[in-house]
Design a protein around this ligand. Structure first.
Ligand code: PEP
Length: 250
């Protein structure tokens, strides 16, 4: 089954109003693949500005959200607030949320549930640490994280609002990219897990992105793998190079 290319960006805690202006100017002046889904995660304080100024075809995502609509949760933002900023997307379970901020599978599952119930589209991240890969636990970790997410997807239709990002933690921000074969192997297994544990039509349809030091140099080959439906790009999504990555299938 041919799935649409999805190119996600994740600015993490980077950017500024002037960066947004110059980055969007670059994208507006470039020819980008009109067939691709393009979604960029930006810090919460820039959501509204980025959404209002984004070039046609680019959607803006929050990089996190909480499990409740409002309340005494200092520093958090809710799906309702993300929608109020005009955005339709949120990234949940990024490895930096898991490993720097200590978010558990359970919390990430609850976040996914609430975001989907609120009607947001979600990029749900999974991926193993280096030591887990070296101990041969990659599949166990990815399946455990998938299980915590899948049981929180409120109904089968909500899967239409789910994109999975497989991001081996050892490849994020390290310059060490998974080989196309390593990425394909895990993507195929994750799709197989969804087929066996959720539904085979959902498994065929869901876009599974690879993330971890994606660059202009490696995007084409990674994107050519049958189960790699696009990328979640950190560092390179802040640079004009992102345009070339968007065009990986052109
Ligand atoms: C990310 O932040 O999700 C990511 C993959 O970062 P990088 O592309 O910089 O490795």
């Amino acid at each position: 089954m041919v799935r649409k290319l999805f190119v996600g960006g994740n600015w993490k805690m980077n950017g500024s109003f002037s960066h947004i202006d110059s980055f969007f100017e670059t994208v507006k002046n470039a020819e980008t693949d009109s067939e691709a889904d393009i979604v960029i995660g930006v810090p919460a304080c820039y959501l509204k500005y980025a959404q209002e100024n984004a070039p046609k075809g680019i959607k803006i995502a929050a990089e996190n959200c909480y499990t409740k609509p409002s309340g005494a949760f200092t520093g958090e933002i809710s799906p309702a607030m993300i929608k109020d900023c005009g955005c339709e997307w949120v990234i949940i379970g990024h490895s930096e949320r898991r490993h720097i901020f200590g978010e558990s599978d359970e919390l990430i599952g609850e976040k996914a549930k609430h975001a989907l119930e609120e009607g947001l589209k979600t990029i749900l991240c999974i991926g193993e640490l280096l030591e887990e890969r070296e101990e041969g636990k990659t599949n166990d970790v990815c399946f455990r994280q998938m299980d915590a997410l899948a049981k929180n997807i409120p109904n089968p239709e909500a899967w239409d609002k789910v994109v999975i990002a497989y991001e081996p933690v050892w490849a994020i921000g390290t310059g060490k990219t998974a080989t196309p074969e390593q990425a394909q192997e895990v993507h195929k297994l994750v799709r197989g897990w969804i087929r066996d544990s959720v539904d085979s039509c959902i498994a065929d349809k869901v876009q599974i992105l690879y993330g971890g030091s994606v660059t202009v140099e490696n995007a084409k080959e990674l994107g050519a793998q049958p189960d790699v439906d696009g990328f979640l790009v950190g560092g390179a999504s802040l640079e004009p190079d992102f345009v070339t990555i968007i065009n990986a299938r052109k």
